[in-house]
Ligand binder design. Sequence first.
Ligand code: PLP
Length: 406
Amino acid sequence: MKQLAINGGIPVREKPFPVWPIHDRQEAQALTNVLESGKWWRGEGSEIEAFEGEFAAAHDSNYALAVTNGTHALELALATKEIGIGDEVIVPGLTFISTATAVFSENALAIPVDIDADTFCISADAILAAITPRTRAIIPVHFGGHICDMDRIHQIAKERGIAVIEDAAHAHGAEWNHQGLGKSDSLICFSFQSSKLMTAGEGGAILLPNQETWNQAFLVNNCGRLGYSRSFPHEVLASNYRMTEFQAALLRVQLQRLSAQIATREANAVYLDKCLQELVGITPQKRDPRVTKHSYYLYSLRFDSKAFNGLTSSEFVKALNAEGIPCSTVYPPIYKVDFFQNHRFKAGFKFDDLESRINCPVVEQLSKEIVMIPHYLLLGDTSDVDDIVEAIAKIKSASNAEFSKV
Ligand SMILES: *Cc1c(COP(=O)(O)O)cnc(C)c1O
């Protein structure tokens, strides 16, 4: 039996995976063009407007607004819907913290609910159970790029007059029944932070259903003004969420790479699913057949400690990292992080019995099990996937012998 790299053995893989972000002279040229134009600000240049048109079209939408980052996109979406004090917003219990902090930042109460054990996405039944007369919005998170059950979520929202704000920070280019996310009347929020599927280091965008909502969001993003002239009145209480022309120029190039990269990741993910079938104790995220394009920001799987002689998911991740496979454990449940536990919400924030309303057994279980493999590991060829499988199999066969000693 081969000794594990974590115990001094030779790693399965010493070659690096594709480096992220991917870029070439096109990005360099795009940045230089903006630099030399001297038009670095939205009010002067034309890159942001062009990017918004292209990004909207790529998602079957007509209206996109580019902003500073994904967290701000969520805050802005909530502000556009005038959600705030006294309102409740339903979010999945297992997500990156911004899904919840954006709600608290707008002075509304984020209600974490359970997720589906197969797709790792918010459970429609859990949404139904959490709705109260104060519920104003649902924020489904398309976990790892797998779209949530939007047929049911839209139906629930429509019947009750609740807004849907999608957190699509993982889901650039994903499709539901062969249609882009922008086909619905949700507000759909994206991030272009450096780990995401297209990036300018930081950045964000919102897809909006119509011109009226776009104008509303634009006002909030632009200090309460519809234009840039100093004479404009400040119509609403707003902030500044404006993107720079540099970011948009980069993102226009990045967007052109997206669909080919998704095709590569999907093909590698299908192969990885197949290779992992025989490995008892490893259960990849299941794919709803209505997800006709999975963007694979994350290849995520459930790790069953029992099948690995009691190894925990974080020990498994450390062992895999040592074998040369970058991966991580999943986010903690949002209601377990310090600020939430200690109720460090904004001063004067009112909530009743928040804890007693939280009932997320699947989140509890999966937060101990899910392991996430980042998207760029799926941008190579099948020999890269073979290395991932070999490393997992190596840990599996060694787990009885080597880990039983510790
Ligand atoms: C990255 C991320 C965000 C926040 O985006 P930023 O651009 O980093 O602010 C929000 N939600 C989810 C699910 C994310 O992964």
